[in-house]
Design a protein around this ligand. Structure first.
Ligand code: ITT
Length: 189
């Protein structure tokens, strides 16, 4: 089974294709920007993007919307993570966190799958809890990986882990596993 992932982010595609391959699902990458509505809900954003992309490409697709939620900043940047990354970047986020003791944060991923022929629009989510580091560390991954230390990662940031290791812990991997088991059951229907 091959399934189409619409994203401009190579890192996301690589993580998804590695993980879904272990479920016997191949991922075809469509490197195209999705229409993203403004909303506080990742699920709402992802579902609307999936619908638009399925209409445009005339085939079933999935998209993913992710965000980093920092407790001391009231959940910022959350659904605005992409804009914040492009503007102030990881160093800007660290600056906002200067002198802040509470460094708790989580990543959330929402995958939305849309098949217009079968009338399906489904969402799957995953979270990983951790904390924001004091400085960027590591060269793997992408985005906020150099400043996010997952609780179960022995103190290392995501950027200090291989894709395979990140895939054992990450928000995206959790959402992808839920998606894969839904796809597996769907095939039996
Ligand atoms: P698409 O919308 O084209 O899929 P994007 O990179 O804009 O790609 P998001 O809006 O979902 O994706 O991501 C929001 C931001 O959070 C963006 O700057 C990402 O780099 C970052 N991000 C998402 N997942 C991440 C992860 O697993 N590790 C580190 N940063 C991540």
């Amino acid at each position: 089974m091959t399934i189409c992932f619409v994203t401009t982010n190579r890192g996301k595609y690589e993580e998804a294709s590695k993980l879904l391959r272990s479920f016997g699902i191949r991922v075809e990458w469509v490197n195209q920007e999705c229409v993203e509505i403004q909303s506080d809900s990742l699920e709402e954003i992802a579902k609307r993007s999936a619908q638009e992309a399925a209409q445009k490409l005339k085939r079933p697709v999935f998209v993913e919307d992710a965000g980093l939620f920092i407790e001391a900043l009231g959940g910022f940047p959350g659904p605005y993570s992409s804009y914040v990354y492009k503007t102030i970047g990881v160093l800007g986020v660290l600056k906002l966190m200067e002198g802040v003791e509470n460094r708790e944060a989580y990543f959330e991923s929402v995958i939305a799958f849309c098949d217009l022929v079968r009338g399906e629009l489904e969402a799957f989510s995953g979270r990983v809890y951790g904390r924001i580091s004091l400085e960027p560390r590591g060269s793997h991954g992408f985005g906020y990986d150099p400043i996010f230390i997952p609780s179960e990662g022995n103190g290392r940031t995501f950027a200090e882990m291989s894709t395979e290791e990140k895939n054992t812990l990450s928000h995206r991997a959790r959402a992808l596993r839920a998606f894969a088991s839904w796809l597996r059951n769907r095939r039996l229907v």
